[in-house]
Design a protein around this ligand. Sequence first.
Ligand code: SF4
Length: 354
Amino acid sequence: MSRTALLPLAGALEQQTREGELYERYNGTWTRCFACGHRCPIPDGAQGVCKVRFNRAGRLMVPWGYVAGAACDPIEKKPFFHAYPGSAAFSFGMLGCDLHCGYCQNWVTSQALRDADATLRSEPASAEDIVRTAVRLGARAVVSTYNEPLITAEWAVEVFKRARAAGLVTGFVSNGNGTPEVLEYLRPWIDLYKVDLKGFDDRRYRELGGRLQPILDTIAALHQMGTWLELVTLLVPGFNDSEEELRRLTGFVAEVSRDIPWHVTAFHEDYHMTGTGRTTAAMLQRAARLGVEAGLRFVYAGNLPGAVGGLEDTRCPSCSDTLVRRRSFSVLENRLGRDGRCPRCSSAIPGRWA
Ligand code: SF4
């Protein structure tokens, strides 16, 4: 990455864009974006809900050619627990989000276009720069994260094409507010997809700026497409942790597939959501039990390392043998073969292992 500069955000929007592909033009110069479930109709001179895609004279301009955050971490941190355990994932992010969650833990990047406090560095970068850096750092995967990657999907695909050519796998860490069009656009280039399923209450989703149904449709579509999918629910006390809601949520996931890993993770007070208290280990364990009762075969508890009694480990659902032992984002032991089979009973464990 060539140089670092503090760019005024409005200026960055103007300079670091190009015409997008996920839109249609209608009524002369109106555009309709279908990069995310909002499907914004955007007149000339206006921007979409995400504030990073805008209509310039009938052309939808989208973010291009910069990073607002990058880091190389264990792939378990994304979290992907059923994809290349113990490998490194190179994460890159841009600016903006199509939701505005009060408890966002990436708000400095995701809310940068809405919140004057969210000032940060933005650095021009090419897709080749990103992939070259990932390879140099020994990454196995390149992951679009920090902001909502759906709203910058064209740039992600540009990076992913080069990542694939370099032998890397590719992934999204996303809120899952997708559309059939953006999933079809991503399908040839994406291997791994993490969806934040933030609850199972449409009223709550509307408070966050979205709707529940597009997220459920995205989860079902990703599973059907064969993209490796893991789900995360940040358990926020009093917000999404009622037994009734968690039973409906886990019941839905089990209906799509009992093999989708579900991570229930601990909330700490952040951004605008304070005063609710932290999620305790007992709360995580209770939620995990509901997931198991719904029939899910791989349930994990995150953000409280060492305190959740084995819920960081992968067990064989057939013989209960511990296959991958973890503490936080570290793999302590991995007994799975490259074929992803349990060494004791030979059951195939779903995921991407080789
Ligand atoms: S990405 Fe979503 S929020 Fe942004 S312009 Fe497109 S449809 Fe609207």
